[in-house]
Each structure stands twice: as structure tokens, then as C-alpha cells.
Design a protein around this ligand. Structure first.
Ligand code: HEC
Ligand code: HEC
Length: 622
């Protein structure tokens, strides 16, 4: 044997060797290599999808394209993954802080694993002995032993982590920071970060990453948020970044803009990507423009992706997955509540599978579709939707250079109880966002025919069913309990609470009532305070007085203050309050400041909405 091989020309031998290695790796396509809202079992027979709005997971038989069962799992499930070659499915239930294991063949929930906060992405190793889950807040990956359903290790990996992928040899994980697009490689031996790839300065909303089946490449869809340009044709851009997972020479990272990828067809909000098992095709779904790109994956370390074709999908497509045989791909249309099977060659629809009933009211569903849409009548140039900056009501982590000055994007949580809106309280109803839709930022046709009223003038409510629907959806986002007070307030937070409510600091004189604000949507009276924060921004054009923001949910909404210059809560109370204009804090010792911060991080620690409390604005129901 050795003799014959030695007589092969060197090149041929090399080709043979490379091919053998490639063949060895050509079969690493096992379920759960990258986080997704869809997964397919290793034998290609079952599909699982998580239904965020319904709080369920649906199992589909891929031979018949029939739904086998829908299983309730809790509030806002996100990532799903089959475990190894089994029919056990792991689901990350984001708002219940649970990872659930269920048996897809019986529908029985077998384990409920409590995690600290916000589990998002799940992947399984090849054997199915371990799963890895990202905790968006506080930015960790946890390793769960599937036999014992116990957390074995946890790796702090950065700030806000949703994406995760596991290498075919089970040796490392890749993850990305949601708000920076920074990719990290984690060695599974010791959990150390062994390599990192910086994002571009404006890279944002990086919620998924997937690896090539044979090459040392990984792909991540994300956007760029160009905060200095508040304009519909220059603010938000769709991209796929490609990284070389093996350190060394050559191009380590490449960013492919997708708004000029297929002619002049602009797309927005790339949500997930999938690579076909033969590694030759990459699919991207766009949750804003409701379309899908099919790209050729080139083995050239140069262009990497070239366009093949594009098709329109249903409303708000959030996931795509290719069957193990590569012949069919599946798309999850989140707001049509269905999975659609496409023939990978002809691109014809093979089946449309309704996976869950619409759990939303007719009005909220219409509003949600509009909120996610980057098409007319919402957006004139197709780059931008409300959800580009407020995905699922969460902030985009950015501070925008708006014409009126620096403005940090707010969380929409609990907004129905904390009107008026905007830092400057220059709007008193979400219907006023018709001005945003028609303005330079979105350049949409708008939802009202004819003239509208100025923001604080006569109501814009009642002028259009669609606009009222968009407002109703925007007002559905509720506060989540702080994970820092799951076991009640710590001693430090209790001391902080006394400081907060003391007449000397006077915090509660403005941050009052169950929502920690003196804003009142029922009285509709607008109150603004000058707390000495305007002077830090030379571009500020409005009065130096601001609406008192709620303090509920602060633990995850940094940076802080309208200008977003305070990186953390300490800075709000010290650096940006030197003159004691924002409550009195100069007399507090460093320990007292940190106690106060502990208290602020623990909010909300009880349900802020009193029983039977009406918002005075809208019925808040999903
Ligand atoms: C380019 C990013 C961006 C886009 C697109 C965007 N927003 Fe915002 N949003 C912001 C920023 C920044 C703020 C804070 C602005 C301020 O206070 O003046 C904000 C504030 C808000 C608030 C106020 C929240 C509160 O608690 O006061 C609401 C409501 C809102 N946006 C809804 C929308 C809707 C509806 C759309 C689509 C029509 C939209 N936004 C599009 C960035 C954006
Ligand atoms: C006079 C009314 C007033 C008092 C007193 C007051 N605040 Fe505020 N607070 C505000 C206003 C107005 C803002 C928004 C200022 C801005 O964004 O520039 C704010 C913002 C904040 C923020 C940032 C919120 C965010 O989402 O970025 C925190 C944290 C905060 N206050 C905590 C406190 C604490 C702690 C105290 C007591 C030491 C206090 N405040 C006293 C009115 C007040």
C-alpha cells in the first residue's frame, strides 16, 4: 500500500488526501449546529419550530408535512434544537428563564431547567450528551448535561449574547455580541475565549451564527446602525459577515452588504441564515422586507458569496433551515404562523404548514405586521422598519444623533403605563409616530390619508385603523421582572432602597409611584425636569428638561440618560450629577452609591401593575 501511494504523483496524493478528509467531514450535518427558531431532526423526519407569540413548540412530520403536535412551553420561546440524533428537543423560553426538554414523539415535557435570565440560542453536541445555551442577559453560555438535566459549567462571554454555533468536532463554540457583532470563539476544554473577531463600529443586532459544514467559515447575519445618519437611506444596512474560524493569515473577516447584492433590490432586517448540507448554498431571510436571498457559496476566500436568486416570503420571516438531503428548505413566517417548504431547485412551494393559531387580537396582529415592515406604507426605501431599532420592543443599544440632539433608543417595555413618550415628552400617543413614518427617517406613505395633527396637538388616534393598530401593538410590551431580585432584594439592595426613598436624595419625588415616574398617562399632564443633563450634548436643540423615565428594567437598558453618555448606573449618579441637580448624591459614600445601584438593578422586583389597573390609553392585551 505504502509502495503504491509513494508512486502517486504528489499532487494526486494531496488531492486524494484532501478529498478523504473532506469526505470525513462531509457528514457533520447533525441537528443543532447553529441556533435557530427552527430545527430538523438528524434523520430528516421531524421539524420543530418555536412560536414566540403562542408560547409553544410545534412538531411537524416532514414526510407528510402534517403537524404532529403543538406543546405549550411558556412565555416567548426562542431557540429550539433537537438533541443529538434523538427526538428530544431543547427549547429556550426567553421570558420564563427556562430551558425545556421535551419528547417530540409524545409531546411530553421531560425537564424544566431554571436559568438566570433570558435564554435565547440552543445547540446540541453531536452525541447529544450536552447542550449549550446563550443567556442574552447577562451574556453567558451555559453547558447543560442532558442526561441529568443539570447546568455543569457557565462561561461569561460578553454583553448580550444570543447567537451560538458548535463546531462539527465538538471542540469549540462561536457566539456573537448582539449589540456589537463581535464574534468570540470558546474552547470547550476549559471554556476560555481563544479568539475574537471585532465587528464594524456600527454593527448591530447579531442574533445568529452558523458554520460551514466543511470549511473553516462561519456566517452571521446582522445590521449596521449608522447612528450619525437619521435618514431612511443611510441609517440601517443589512449584512452577512463571514469569518475564518481558524486563526492565521488571510482575510479573517469579511462583510457583505446585502442591499446591493442582487441589483438594486434593498432588503432589511436579516434575521437568520442557513447553509445547505453540501456547503454550496446560503439562504438569508429578511424579516423587514419579507424576502429571501439564495446565494452561491464560493470556495475562494475572496468573493465568498455570489447572488443566485431572490423570492418573496410571508410576513416577518425569522428562520430558514435546509433538510439534510438538501432538496427542501423551510422558512418560518412568524406573523403568518406557518412554515413553508420550498423545493431547493425549482423554488416552488411544496407545502404550507400552519404551525399555530394566531394568538393575537386582529388589531395587535395588524399593528405588529406594520411595526416589522420595511415596505410601503411604512418605509419608502426598504432599508428600515420600526423593528430595526426596537426588535420585539427591546432597544437597539444605540444612541442616535437626531436633529434634536443625542437620543438613546428607549425600551418599549411598560410604555402603556408610562406615557408621555420620548425623552423630551414631545409625543403623547404612539399614533404620533405617523410623523416618523412620513418623515426623513422612514419616508413611508403613512397610515393616514391626508393631514395629521402635530404631536402634542389634537389626537391622531382614530384617524386610521392601521395607525391605531400599530399603537396598540407598541403598547403591548410588558415589564419583565429583574433577575437580580429573584430571591428577593439583597441586603445591599435593601439599603439602597432606603437611600432611594430618603427625603435627602429625593429620588422618589420624581421617580414616584409603582412605575417610578411622575408621568401619568391618565391625567395626560406633561411634566419635565431639568436635572442638569442637557449640557453634555452640544447638539441639543430642545429645552434642557426631560420626562422622568421609568426605572423599571434599568438592569438591561444601558447606556443611560437621554444622551446615552452614561455607560452605567454609577455614572448617572456621580459623573453626570456633580452638581446635585438630579437628586442629591454628592453626600453618598461609594458603598452607598453601590447599594443604590443594586436597588436600581433589582427593579422591578414586584409586579408594578396594580390589580385592575387600566392604562387609560389602550387595553393591553396580546
Ligand atoms: C433609527 C432607529 C429608530 C427607528 C427606525 C424607530 N425608532 Fe422609535 N425610538 C428611537 C429612539 C432613538 C428613541 C428615543 C427618541 C426620543 O426620545 O426623542 C425612540 C423612541 C420611541 C418611543 C418612545 C418610547 C418611550 O418610552 O418613550 C416609541 C413609542 C417608539 N420609538 C416607537 C417607534 C415606532 C412606532 C417606530 C416606527 C414607526 C419607530 N419607533 C422607529 C429609535 C428608532
Ligand atoms: C427632579 C426630578 C428627578 C429627581 C429628583 C431624580 N430624577 Fe432621575 N431622572 C429624572 C429625569 C428628568 C431623568 C431623565 C434625564 C435625562 O435623560 O437626561 C432621569 C433619569 C434617571 C436615570 C436614567 C434612566 C435611563 O433610563 O437612562 C436614572 C437611573 C435615575 N434618573 C435615577 C435617579 C435616582 C437614583 C435619583 C435620586 C438620587 C433620581 N433619579 C432623582 C428626574 C429626576
Amino acid at each position: 500500500m505504502l509502495f503504491t501511494v509513494r508512486h502517486f504523483p504528489k499532487i494526486l496524493f494531496l488531492a486524494f488526501f484532501v478529498n478523504t478528509i473532506a469526505a470525513l467531514f462531509a457528514n457533520p450535518v447533525f441537528a443543532g449546529r447553529s441556533n435557530s427558531l427552527l430545527d430538523i431532526s438528524q434523520d430528516g423526519k421531524l421539524l420543530a419550530c418555536s412560536n414566540r407569540d403562542s408560547g409553544s413548540v410545534t412538531i411537524v412530520d416532514l414526510t407528510t408535512h402534517q403537524v404532529l403536535r403543538e406543546i405549550s412551553v411558556g412565555k416567548h420561546p426562542e431557540g429550539v434544537s433537537f438533541i443529538g440524533a434523538s427526538y428530544t428537543v431543547a427549547v429556550a423560553v426567553y421570558d420564563d428563564d427556562l430551558v425545556i426538554l421535551l419528547d417530540a414523539s409524545t409531546g411530553k415535557v421531560t425537564n424544566r431547567i431554571h436559568v438566570f435570565d433570558e435564554p435565547y440560542g440552543v445547540v446540541s453536541n453531536k452525541e447529544g450528551s450536552k447542550i449549550y445555551v446563550t443567556l442574552d442577559y447577562p451574556g453567558q453560555i451555559i453547558e447543560i448535561d442532558t442526561a441529568g438535566a443539570t447546568i455543569q459549567r457557565q462561561f461569561p462571554v460578553g454583553q448580550f449574547i444570543k447567537a451560538i454555533a458548535i463546531s462539527a468536532d465538538n471542540k469549540f463554540l462561536l457566539t456573537t455580541e448582539y449589540y456589537t457583532g463581535q464574534v468570540k470563539k470558546i474552547d470547550l476544554k476549559d471554556g476560555n475565549i481563544v479568539d475574537q473577531w471585532a465587528g464594524g463600529s456600527n454593527d448591530n443586532l447579531s442574533r445568529q451564527i452558523t458554520m460551514h459544514p466543511t470549511r473553516a467559515k462561519a456566517y452571521l447575519p446582522h445590521i449596521r446602525s449608522r447612528v450619525k445618519v437619521a435618514h431612511g437611506a443611510g441609517s440601517i444596512f443589512p449584512l452577512v459577515s463571514i469569518i475564518d474560524t481558524e486563526a492565521g493569515e488571510g482575510k479573517r473577516k469579511m462583510r457583505i452588504p446585502l442591499d446591493s447584492f442582487i441589483g438594486t433590490r434593498v432588503t432589511s432586517n436579516p434575521w437568520e441564515v442557513a447553509v445547505s448540507p453540501d456547503g454550496k448554498t446560503l439562504y438569508v431571510v429578511f424579516a423587514g422586507t419579507d424576502d429571501l436571498f439564495i446565494c452561491n457559496v464560493l470556495d475562494d476566500n475572496y468573493r465568498e458569496l455570489t447572488p443566485r436568486s431572490a423570492i418573496y416570503l410571508g410576513h416577518n420571516p425569522r428562520a430558514v433551515k435546509v433538510a439534510p438531503d438538501g432538496k427542501t428548505f423551510y422558512v418560518y413566517n412568524a406573523l403568518d404562523f406557518n412554515v413553508v417548504a420550498y423545493d431547493a431547485t425549482s423554488l416552488q412551494i411544496r407545502a404550507t404548514i400552519p404551525v399555530t393559531e394566531n394568538p393575537l387580537s386582529k388589531q395587535v396582529l395588524l399593528g405588529k405586521i406594520l411595526f416589522y415592515s420595511a415596505r410601503q406604507p411604512m418605509s419608502g426605501r426598504r432599508w428600515i422598519s420600526c423593528a430595526s431599532c426596537h426588535p420585539d420592543g427591546q432597544p437597539d443599544g444605540k444612541t442616535w444623533h437626531n436633529p434634536e440632539g443625542l437620543r438613546n433608543t428607549q425600551s418599549l417595555a411598560g410604555m402603556a403605563w408610562t406615557h408621555p413618550i420620548h425623552w423630551s415628552a414631545d409625543r403623547d400617543e404612539v399614533q404620533d409616530f405617523e410623523h416618523t413614518i412620513r418623515g426623513p427617517l422612514m419616508q413611508g406613505r403613512g397610515l393616514v390619508r391626508g393631514k395629521i395633527n402635530p404631536s402634542l396637538g389634537k389626537p391622531n388616534k382614530g384617524l386610521s385603523e392601521a395607525l391605531d393598530a400599530m399603537a396598540a401593538y407598541s403598547n403591548t410590551h410588558k415589564f419583565s421582572m429583574s433577575p437580580h431580585s429573584k430571591k428577593g432584594l439583597s441586603d445591599s439592595a435593601k439599603r439602597g432602597r432606603d437611600i432611594f426613598f430618603s427625603p435627602k436624595t429625593a429620588c422618589a419625588s420624581c421617580h414616584s409611584g409603582p412605575f417610578y415616574t411622575d408621568s401619568n398617562p391618565i391625567s395626560k399632564k406633561i411634566i419635565r425636569h431639568d436635572v442638569g443633563t442637557a449640557k453634555w450634548d452640544k447638539t441639543e436643540k430642545m429645552e434642557p428638561a426631560y420626562d422622568t423615565p421609568t426605572l423599571l428594567g434599568l438592569y438591561r437598558t444601558g447606556p443611560y440618560l437621554h444622551h446615552g453618555l452614561a455607560h452605567n448606573l454609577q455614572e448617572v449618579l456621580t459623573t453626570y450629577n456633580r452638581d446635585d441637580l438630579h437628586g442629591k448624591t454628592s453626600h453618598l459614600s461609594p458603598t452607598e452609591i453601590s447599594d443604590l445601584v443594586e436597588f436600581l438593578k433589582a427593579l422591578p422586583y414586584e409586579n408594578p401593575v396594580p390589580q385592575g389597573h387600566k392604562t387609560g390609553l389602550v387595553e393591553v392585551k396580546n
